[in-house]
Structures are given as structure tokens and as C-alpha cells.
Design a protein around this ligand. Structure first.
Ligand SMILES: [Zn+2]
Length: 329
């Protein structure tokens, strides 16, 4: 049996009294849509992707955070505020992912339909973290099965805002959920080629807790669950010692986080005569460039899984699940 929670920090138990109050699901009456389409603003690329897929031809979607943008630190710009004010529906993640925007959304929800799509997940499916007392780990997109449930929340929000589109949203969401099932199956098949000892994922911050829980990986982030907390020298040297003691040879950088700490790990290990390389760059909190396969949720996860599997020693095709991956890792 694989250790589901081999990282002692992560536990479904360590959840929580004292959750911060968040904006509740509020559905306003359908409004007259500009150009006949529901105009949606989403915070992260992953949520925008779900809204585009589920909404199809009935929606236009703007994403506030593009490739490489860190949602933990992001603050709304003046043009974001204009876009949200003009929209019919605002989708955000919740679970304190957009930490700097919580108050803004609480205020906006008085005049707009504003839905935190991850807040609707059953709490027993969420992870806690010792660094994040009183809150849940927000990185639920790392497990395609959990993300499928978020897609259901997006579908409900679209249907609430535009009931006439209910059938279309249902059809599109159903097809997307089938893709997510296939993605999960590919993930399991690829990672099953790794031995339990190989299943250690060292990353810049703790974004992969759900990935670890779902697929039997130990995850070690240099920074905690939010990139807002700086990793101290003690944490770096502790991690270096772990790499050396356990003969871990690959670490991963993230597209939305500086690679400074990961380079410090590699240098620290080298000073002890242990060679560590960058196993690849992962999409942790943001997808790839818009218009590319990696700029979709399916491509983002395919890239991560394929990169991790190959870097840690599994034989899986460089093109990934659908042969569409183009970025070298
Ligand atoms: Zn994160």
C-alpha cells in the first residue's frame, strides 16, 4: 500500500475551526447580456478554462491572471475592477488562494454575482496544512477528480446566471468530466511506473499536496502553502540534508514562483558531494501561455504528470497523454 500521507505536514485531520467567512453563493436574476453572451470574469486561468469549456458558445471569459502569475500575491488592478464591474458573473477560487483579494470580493458580492467555486467542495475532501492554521489547502486543481467537482460548481454558477443555457452547460460539463476521468487514468498509469521510493516530489512551494494525496507521493515544498511566506536558511539546509540523506536526485521549479530557492538546494547538495538536477518546470498555480495546449487545464496537468514521471525515471511518451506536449521539460 502506498503511503497517502507520508508527508507528516499534510493531513485531512488538521482541518479546522475558525474558517474565515467567505462570500456565499449568490445568484442574481439573469441580466441582458451584451452581444447575447454571458460575460464572465475568472481569477485564475484554471477557472477561466473551466468556464470556457462549460460555457462554450454562450459565454465570453476573461481571466485576470495569465501565465506565470502567482495568485497568492495577486491584487486586482484598475482594469480588473472595470472588467468585473461590467461582467455578468465573477468566478474566483476561494479557500484563501486569492489572499489579497478576499475583502474585495466580499465587497463586490453586494452588487455582483460573485462565486468562489472551490468553496463548494465537501470539506472532508480538503486537506489542511500545519503552516496554514484554520484554513484549507487551496490547490485542489492538482487532483483531476477534485477539479471535476469544481467544474460542477462552475456549471452551477453558469446555470444560475443564465438558466436558458442549462442544457448546453450540462452537455459541455459532462464531456469535460469524461476528459478529466481519462486524465486521471493517464496520471495513475504513468505514475504507477515509479517505485514507492521514487515518489518524492520536491518543489518550490507546497502546491502539490492534493497530487501527493491522490497519487501516493511524498511532497516537500521549500516554501509553505502560500508563496507569501519566505523560506528561511534553516529550511533550505534542512531540505538539503533530506536530499542528501535520501539520495533524491531531482527537484522541480514552478512557472509562477522564483527558482532561487531551488538553485540554493542544488548548490547546497553539491557542496556535500550530492548531485541534484532540475527535473523540469511545473505549472503549479498558473497554466501555460494562452493559445497553447499547456495553457489549458488538460494540458497543464498532462505536462506536470509527464514531466514528473519522466524526470523520476518512468518511461512515458514525451508528448504526454495526447501527444500534444510541445514544451521541453
Ligand atoms: Zn500556491
Amino acid at each position: 500500500m502506498h503511503k497517502r500521507f507520508s508527508c507528516s505536514k499534510m493531513s485531512r485531520r488538521s482541518v479546522l475551526g475558525g474558517m474565515a467567512a467567505t462570500a456565499s453563493m449568490v445568484f442574481s436574476a439573469p441580466v441582458a447580456f451584451a452581444a447575447g453572451k454571458l460575460n464572465i470574469v475568472a481569477t485564475t486561468g484554471m477557472i477561466a478554462d473551466a468556464a470556457r469549456v462549460v460555457g462554450g458558445d454562450l459565454v465570453t471569459v476573461n481571466s485576470l491572471m495569465g501565465a506565470g502569475v502567482d495568485p497568492h500575491a495577486y491584487r486586482q488592478t484598475r482594469s480588473d475592477i472595470v472588467a468585473m464591474t461590467r461582467s455578468d458573473l465573477v468566478l474566483w477560487h476561494g479557500l484563501y488562494l486569492e489572499a489579497q483579494m478576499e475583502q474585495f470580493f466580499a465587497d463586490l458580492s453586494r452588487s455582483k454575482t460573485v462565486v468562489p467555486v472551490a468553496e463548494g467542495l465537501p470539506k472532508e475532501l480538503l486537506l489542511g496544512h500545519e503552516d496554514y492554521e484554520g484554513r484549507y489547502d487551496p490547490h485542489v486543481w492538482m487532483d483531476a477528480t477534485l477539479w471535476s467537482k469544481v467544474v460542477g460548481q462552475v456549471q452551477a454558477a453558469l446555470t444560475g446566471a443564465y438558466p436558458d443555457g442549462a442544457d448546453t452547460f450540462e452537455t459541455n460539463a459532462g464531456a469535460f468530466r469524461e476528459e478529466l476521468v481519462a486524465l486521471d487514468a493517464y496520471t495513475r498509469a504513468s505514475l504507477s511506473k515509479l517505485t514507492p521510493e521514487q515518489r518524492v516530489l520536491v518543489t518550490a512551494h507546497d502546491a502539490f499536496g492534493y497530487f501527493g494525496a491522490a497519487y501516493g507521493f511524498e511532497v516537500l515544498g521549500v516554501q509553505g502553502i502560500s508563496t507569501e511566506s519566505e523560506a528561511g536558511l534553516n529550511r533550505i539546509s534542512e531540505m538539503v540534508n533530506t536530499l542528501v540523506a535520501r539520495d533524491i536526485r531531482a527537484v522541480f521549479v514552478e512557472t509562477s514562483v522564483s527558482d532561487r530557492n531551488m538553485r540554493a538546494l542544488i548548490e547546497g547538495a553539491a557542496a556535500q558531494g550530492h548531485e541534484v538536477r532540475i527535473g523540469g518546470s511545473l505549472y503549479s498555480d498558473a497554466m501555460g501561455l494562452e493559445g497553447t495546449y499547456e495553457g489549458t487545464y488538460l494540458g497543464m496537468i498532462d505536462h506536470n504528470v509527464t514531466t514528473i514521471a519522466r524526470a523520476l525515471g518512468a518511461e512515458v511518451p514525451a508528448g504526454g497523454r495526447l501527444g500534444k506536449l510541445t514544451m521541453s521539460s
